[in-house]
Design a protein around this ligand. Structure first.
Ligand SMILES: [Zn+2]
Length: 122
């Protein structure tokens, strides 16, 4: 039996998951930008640096792999993981959620790569 509090929690979880799933293609786009930037000698862009960091950690970054991972990104309610770490690196870094304040929506932060994803409740 669902109490009203459970219903609020599950709809928040749905919003979190939906917000993260929308990010996966954007992270794939960052991989593509990053690879192009590196190929064109622009190693200093944010996307290029994200690619470089992943390569330094020992994971080759390819467009094909990133695209597959972006398509296969499947966060689980209550155990949401970071879209950027997943798409770039294939690792599941847990997101830590911070409650909404008057100024900003709730967001989940990744301690591994520093990405932050807002849960928009509008
Ligand atoms: Zn991350």
């Amino acid at each position: 039996m669902n109490t009203p509090a459970d219903e609020i929690d599950s709809s928040l979880e749905e919003l979190r998951i939906a917000a993260l799933v929308r990010q996966a293609p954007l992270e794939f786009a960052r991989v593509v930008y990053g690879l192009n930037d590196r190929a064109n000698g622009r190693a200093g862009t944010m996307a290029a640096e994200d690619v470089a960091r992943t390569v330094r950690q020992g994971s080759p970054v390819t467009r094909e792999r990133a695209e597959q991972r972006a398509r296969g990104f499947l966060p689980v309610a209550g155990h949401e993981h970071c879209p950027r770490c997943w798409v770039f690196n294939g690792i599941k870094s847990p997101l830590q959620y911070r409650e909404a304040t008057a100024e900003r929506p709730e967001s989940g932060g990744c301690k591994v790569c520093g990405a932050e994803y807002a849960t928009r409740v509008d």
